[in-house]
Design a protein around this ligand. Sequence first.
Ligand code: FAD
Length: 465
Amino acid sequence: GDFAIETETLVVGAGPGGYVAAIRAAQLGQKVTIVEKGNLGGVCLNVGCIPSKALISAGHRYEMAIHSEDMGIKAENVTVDFTKVQEWKASVVKKLTGGVEGLLKGNKVEIVRGEAYFVDANTVRVMTETSAQTYKFKNAIIATGSRPIELPAFKFSKRILDSTGALNLPEIPKSLVVIGGGYIGTELGTAYANFGTKVTILEGADEILSGFEKQMSAVVKRRLKKKGVEVFTNALAKGVEEREDGVTVTFEVQGETKTVDAQYVLVTVGRRPNTDELGLEQIGVKMTERGLIEIDKQCRTSVPNIYAIGDIVPGPPLAHKASYEGKIAAEAISGHPSEMDYLAIPAVVFSDPECASVGYFEKQAKEEGIEVTTAKFPFAANGRALALNDAEGFMKLVVRKDDGVIIGAQIVGPNASDMIAELGLAIEAGMTAEDIAMTIHAHPTLGEIAMEAAEVVLGSPIHII
Ligand code: FAD
């Protein structure tokens, strides 16, 4: 229609940033409308965090089934019905996106399907293929997320895949080249390697998972090699020749030009914020050169009644960061003094074994002039890890020297993704190494590693010399 619909808080995008913001805003008594042009749940639920973890766990189960000989288990005729794997993965996604819809409705959030475009600082136009509708709002929260970067020499196609294409393959590829050894490339490369795909990873930097410490990525790299994955670092992908049944990727490493043949190539070299087609320039929303929206500590943009959260603002492009910012923005709109504190945002890679970090890395603390003590404890000295037959890796704690407060933690090892939560809590609550050392951790658990690492800080660990 040509009349405008009035709302109080209008959220654009229903990913983990937007849908969480909408729910919190509704909980606080705001009248909320959420606009989504694709599927509820955004990248994370539909083509990101959730389906990738589903594929990773399926691959892991298969790999464990066929490689547990050293525990005395020999399995024969283990087969994968990949169509079934994909169906199962889709069913997990469907449960969660259906859940989001239920939560939004249960909180009386109006869901509008279509693409939003800002006309002025109080108006959006929402377009579908067949209609257009104007909405007037008091406050808006933009949560439009990001999309994969396409390299000019690697235009996405049937055989040249982005992460979405790689998640949705109809069969297990015989071979796969992954360009970009960041967390998405490493996770998907690992998943397919576990299913038996011959995987080659080409990474431009001198390490894969370059956001983590070298000693951590070294553990992951060793495991990748064991799976038969070939990893080239300092490798520059130059071009690709696409055929009906596969690709030949050309790359340069140490001044030498090499080629590798594969059925598919996955290009994961970063993501670009979806801020270019929203009409934001014309309403005066300030952006960085990279197209990220500038915000204050309450996620407010340069236009005071417009907020921005998630992958379109600076900081780590992660789902839990988007959700956290969503709550802050909704609370700020209701006049609460909530503010972002970026220190304790964990980062996790679901590699094999997993990597996780929260707070400061040692190097980062030193660069900021903070005097720190560090301590490491190996999984190999933990009974539960040995009983799981998965005892590679370590935990590292970064502790402020003058008061013993924990300001950072890194883990590489099984279950690092869950174990990092305790350290996040410690940092958030300003706890000391002594607090963790004095907390009784159940035996035998991987959680004891935190207690033991904290005892290393205090100089009196029981289980290592
Ligand atoms: P998105 O989830 O991108 O959602 C934005 C939504 O806005 C989309 O649904 C889009 O359709 C909609 N939209 C865009 N423009 C408009 C418009 N004009 N009008 C209406 N709607 C619009 N993060 C983790 O923390 N852990 C992980 O394990 C993890 N794994 C990942 C694996 C992969 C393969 C990928 C690609 C990403 C992964 N991420 C992970 C990152 C995570 O998915 C993102 O950080 C997160 O989805 C960002 O949330 P968001 O709300 O900012 O945006």
